[in-house]
Design a protein around this ligand. Structure first.
Ligand code: PLP
Length: 361
């Protein structure tokens, strides 16, 4: 078998080995068609089955109610930063944004050219170490939606309780997508790049409440319109066929595992293994974030000095524990432990952390 390392990359990320192997086996000759799936027409029957099944499974695995539709749109989560305000806001309406860290700021930066939006809660005042607490969010009149980031991938914090803002929520869920059950009634729209929890890079998955279609802005280039993607079943133009195909396989893998409930429990268990090591290290390893908001996907930690962090990362790398460096904007270490990362990889890292402390403490 080919070599597989313990890959803690923040994105793109580890995918289930069984999914990669299946894709490899089907790659050159897809189901006896005599060509690869990525060589055939996106209107071909074989692809259409893949496409429709991926959409069906996305709704099913996430437990989306009847009122929601799903769309596959290129441009990643980043394009959604712009599409959300372009589609949802109109003259006389505004939107509140929770600035919870780097990605919350990204959403704010790309909304500003399109509308007069405002910061409804500012995590800068708390050094981005936590999410808003009940009652802290300030919602202004004529607010169409409150934008939140469910999990800040770089800061390592997650929204445990969804705000009761009195307006619909729009959420960037990129880095904890489909890792826990969500209260659908609170949301009008949910989006995320596929490459953190669900597949390769190349598309965003967008869930939208269908009843909001009438109120959407139609005065946009067609590719930028949610109503067009929804109406065309995400086949308005050539879709990112390989990404759709892989996401479909990952969703099937998730369903076979037992679905969201099992994934959610595994995520909590995997995260606890690492936070236990950090908390039990007598301060050798430290978590810079509020305990109540610790991410179950991106475990951020520091060592006593930057020199030790460098040594830690180099030795981890030699032990095939890779991509543990924190984001360049914050430094330190970060273990991203998305849905498909085996618990065994997390245990290997936990043991390594213990040994490193004993040798360098
Ligand atoms: C990675 C990430 C993004 C950016 O996603 P792209 O698909 O690369 O555009 C946005 N938001 C969050 C929370 C992320 O983790």
């Amino acid at each position: 078998m080919s070599k597989r390392v313990h890959n803690f990359c923040a994105g793109p990320c580890t995918l289930p080995l069984s999914v990669l192997e299946e894709a490899r086996d089907e790659f050159v000759d897809y189901h006896g068609e005599g060509m690869s799936l990525i060589e055939m027409s996106h209107r071909a029957k074989a692809y259409d089955e893949v496409h429709q099944e991926a959409m069906r499974l996305a709704l099913e695995v996430y437990g989306a109610p009847q009122d929601f539709g799903v769309m596959f749109i290129q441009g990643g989560a980043t394009l959604q930063f712009a599409m959300v305000p372009m589609n949802l806001l109109s003259a006389g309406t505004t939107a509140g944004y929770v600035n919870s860290g780097s990605w919350g700021q990204g959403a704010i930066a790309d909304a500003k050219p399109h509308a007069e939006i405002y910061t409804a809660w500012d995590g800068a005042e708390h050094n981005y170490t936590r999410m808003p607490r009940p009652g802290e969010i300030r919602v202004e009149p004529n607010t169409r939606y409150l934008h939140v980031t469910s999990n800040e991938t770089i800061g390592g914090i997650r929204m445990v309780d969804w705000p009761d803002a009195g307006v619909p929520l729009v959420a960037d869920m990129s880095s904890d997508y489909m890792s826990r059950a969500i209260p659908w009634e609170k949301f009008d729209l949910i989006y995320g790049g596929a490459q953190k929890n669900l597949g390769p890079a190349g598309m965003a998955i967008v869930f939208m409440r269908k009843s909001i279609v009438d109120g959407l802005n139609k005065n946009l280039a067609r590719y930028l319109r949610y109503d067009v993607h929804l109406d065309k079943d995400s086949l308005f133009n050539t879709p990112p066929v390989f990404a759709v195909y892989m996401v479909g396989k990952v969703l099937k893998w998730m369903k076979a595992k037992g679905g969201l409930a099992v994934i959610e429990r595994e995520a909590a268990d995997k995260a606890a293994i690492l936070y236990d090591v950090i908390d039990g290290s007598g301060g050798y390893y430290s978590s810079p974030v509020d305990e109540a908001c610790r991410s179950h996907m991106n475990v951020v930690f520091r060592l006593p000095s930057e020199d030790l962090e460098k040594k830690f990362l180099a030795e981890a790398d030699r032990a095939d524990l890779v991509n543990l460096k924190g984001h360049r904007s914050v430094g330190g270490c970060r273990a991203s432990i998305y849905n498909a990362l085996p618990a065994d990889s997390v245990r290997v890292l936990a043991d390594f952390m213990g040994e490193f402390q004993r040798a360098n403490g």
